[in-house]
Design a binder for this molecule. Structure first.
Ligand code: VGL
Ligand code: ZN
Length: 220
């Protein structure tokens, strides 16, 4: 059983109103890819960055610090971000154009103010699970196709944890866009995923027939 994981396709990660607080360049481009692929999967799970207003990944909560600075949180390096995806705000909502009815399960992450959670599975310290693994187990899922925002943060860490948990994991490159704080971050993230065992799917237009053929051949 295979699932499509839509990572953080939320207003704050896409440019323009509402949201846009941590806009990923060309973030909107992933929406049409998601809409095209969702009907091809038995299960569609969306992760949602869902921070309390006092989340310690927000630069504004650290005196003298600015966005992009790095601090230590719970013993881990933490990049400071603008306020984003605050629980209950329009910026935290999934993008309007996304087919909300096609999402079967939603898993929220980053809910603990003291620690960030890039991965859809665990916080950055791997201390607490978000419940995504439980949802996938419940549905008997063994293979994941992952796409969304942002390539170099939440998509990357979700895919790395997926492999570690034993899922056959495929990255749909066309369905991802990244922050690129440093030029090359997305390429390096994709390389790290490949090295970890993620199948990097660079086909420009994955179609229904291609996904079906891919699975018939027993590939992940
Ligand atoms: C993300 C930075 C902070 C992401 C979330 O979804 O990639 N990046 N929070
Ligand atoms: Zn966040």
């Amino acid at each position: 059983m295979r699932a499509l994981i839509l990572v953080d396709i939320q207003n704050d990660f896409t440019p323009g109103e509402p949201g846009g607080a941590l806009a990923v360049p060309h973030g909107h481009d992933v929406i049409s890819v998601a809409i095209r692929l969702m009907p091809e999967f038995d299960l569609v799970v969306a992760t949602q960055d869902w921070h309390p207003a006092d989340h310690k990944s927000f630069a504004g909560h650290h005196a003298g610090k600015v966005v992009g600075d790095v601090v230590t949180l719970e013993g881990l390096d933490q990049i400071l971000w603008p306020d984003h995806c605050v629980q209950g705000t329009p910026g935290a909502n999934f993008c309007d154009e996304l087919n909300h009815a096609g999402i079967h399960e939603v898993v929220r992450k980053g809910t603990d103010s003291g620690i960030d959670s890039y991965s859809g599975f665990f916080d950055n310290g791997h201390r607490k699970a978000t419940g995504l693994d439980t949802v996938l187990q419940k549905h008997g899922v063994d293979a994941l196709h992952i796409m969304g925002l942002a390539t170099d943060y939440c998509v990357k860490f979700t895919a790395l944890d997926a492999v570690e948990l034993g899922f056959k994991t495929t990255l749909i490159v066309e369905g991802c866009r990244g922050v690129e704080l440093q030029a090359g971050d997305c390429d390096r993230a994709i390389e790290a995923m490949r090295e970890a065992g993620v199948d990097i799917w660079t086909n420009t237009a994955p179609s229904e027939s291609r996904i079906a053929a891919h699975h018939k051949r027993g590939e992940s």
